[in-house]
Design a binder for this molecule. Structure first.
Ligand code: BGC
Length: 472
């Protein structure tokens, strides 16, 4: 071999070595970054862990807070609001009723012709309207005017199959899914907004008064006969079809639960004991908090940057409005510290409450993202199951009767987009609850999906509190 050839071979070999070294370095760097992303995931898993022992503590704490909230006003983070519903639907409800369901980014208007025990729901129609985001943070007047104008349009389309006896005023059940201090079945003042709504001048106002004034401005002659939370509506709607429904849970944009309490187990109730001996309680469990809740740096940051810092802590771990935002925060950390999505952080990832498709990712990366979602969703589902276990415990339905009598059947009516559409979430919730209660007790507990039960329930409660009750 000539000198030139030897020189060329040496240069080639050296180049090959340098390239190989670069490849190895690059691979090591990539492996290092990947390891960092995996480490972030593992740490998340560890912090979100909610083993059965912890869940039992959460359930116990929920029950303790329920007692405290029933004992005195302000006695607990759980408001345990008295709903003034002391009778749930029986099936005898009769007549034409409207419902307005406001509680998230959409509201629904509904009319329903009830035909008593025989006719049941003879006919119903509904419409869903989205709320322009600026109205969620604007003025009370604007929001209620918008709702009333949409309701006016809906009323004007009332057609065949709906009959209002001559000379009667239309009546409405108003589902308002925010914490309200109820002053009667048809009035209540807003305590605070949740779920991204923030309209200062509504706080402290009677929301039925606000709606009624707006209806008058729109020229709609309608009386609000019942003001209910969505959990109460769901409980009422569920009871219409199944007499064993005694708990309702909403898992949607926000989360909350309601249940039927013995009226004499409510020390803060100073009114007459209702004939039924029962009172439905709106727990407002979204505001529950406990040192047993597994929280992470992401939850803390989300809370302190939210519209309502320090409030709705349980809701912020569980509900649909927040799960995606927690995931976004984890992915942003992975993007920053482990360049999970390439050298540049995808700008979308930096926008709060926006979690959209990120293009050009590898299968491996996508699998990691799925794992993050699973960890966050399963923690939420397990915590929600612990909440349900706490309510059942308060009702004494978490154990078999000591006297050997048969277990009482208890039905939990659930609704909300998270429960309805996120199968991993609903399956995990149900299996966790089973695990917490054990085989025997679980056999007497059913979870049913009360599809859009809150609108129906509000209409039914408007019927049972109608001004024309007793008239034929
Ligand atoms: C509200 C509750 C409501 C729940 C579900 C929470 O943010 O405070 O009143 O029932 O969301 O819609």
């Amino acid at each position: 071999m000539g000198k030139v050839a030897v020189g060329a071979a040496v240069v080639c070999a050296a180049t090959a070595c340098a390239v190989a070294a670069l490849v190895v370095k690059h691979r090591m760097k990539c492996a290092g970054r990947w390891a960092r992303a995996v480490a972030i995931l593992r740490e998340l898993e560890e912090k979100c862990a909610a083993p059965a022992a912890k869940l039992k503590q959460v359930a116990d704490a929920m029950m303790v807070e329920m007692h405290a909230g029933l004992a005195s006003e302000g006695g607990s983070k759980l408001k345990m609001i008295i709903s003034f519903v002391d009778n749930l639907p029986t099936g005898d409800e009769d007549g034409l009723f409207y419902a307005l369901d406001l509680g998230g980014t959409n509201f629904r208007v509904l009319r329903i012709q009830l035909g008593g025990r025989q006719g049941r729901v003879a006919k119903q129609e509904f419409e869903e309207v989205s709320i322009p985001p600026h109205l969620m943070v604007g003025s009370s007047h604007e929001l209620f005017d918008y709702i009333a104008s949409e309701l006016a349009k809906f009323v004007s389309s009332e057609g065949e199959g709906f009959q209002l006896p001559a000379g009667r005023q239309r009546e409405l059940g108003f589902t308002f899914s925010f914490p309200v201090r109820q002053t009667s079945i048809s009035s209540g003042t807003l305590i605070k907004w949740t779920k991204g709504f923030s309209i200062e001048d509504t706080v402290g106002q009677d929301v039925v008064g606000e709606l009624t004034k707006a209806l008058e401005r729109q020229g709609v002659d309608m009386r609000v006969s019942a003001l209910v939370n969505d959990t109460i509506g769901t409980l009422a709607g569920g009871r219409y079809y199944d007499k064993d429904v005694s708990v309702a849970v909403i898992l949607g944009t926000g989360t909350n639960a309601a249940y039927v309490e013995r009226a004499n187990a409510i020390p803060k109730w100073h009114g007459l004991l209702p004939k039924s001996g029962e009172m439905v309680i709106n727990m407002e469990w979204g505001n529950f908090r406990s040192s047993h809740l597994p929280t992470t740096e992401y939850d803390n940051a989300l809370d302190s940057e939210s519209l309502n810092p320090g409030e709705q802590i349980y809701e912020k771990l569980i509900s649909g409005m927040y799960l995606g935002e927690i995931v976004r925060r984890v992915l942003l950390k992975m993007a920053t510290e482990a360049t999970l999505f390439g050298d540049k952080i995808p700008p979308k990832l930096e926008i709060p409450f926006i979690l959209r498709y990120i293009s050009s990712t590898s299968l491996k990366t996508r699998k990691l993202v799925v794992e993050v979602c699973d960890v966050v969703a399963k923690r939420g589902a397990r915590l929600a199951a612990a909440g349900v276990a706490g309510v059942l415990k308060k009702l004494g339905r978490d154990v078999a009767p000591k006297d050997g009598s048969e277990l009482q059947r208890t039905v939990v009516a659930m609704d909300g987009g998270l429960f309805e559409h996120y199968t991993i979430f609903s399956e995990c919730l149900e299996s966790t609850l089973k695990g917490l209660l054990g085989e025997e007790v679980s056999s007497a507990i059913s979870i049913v999906h009360a599809n859009d039960g809150s609108g129906l329930g509000a209409a039914l409660l408007a019927a049972s509190h109608s001004q024309y009750l007793g008239e034929s």
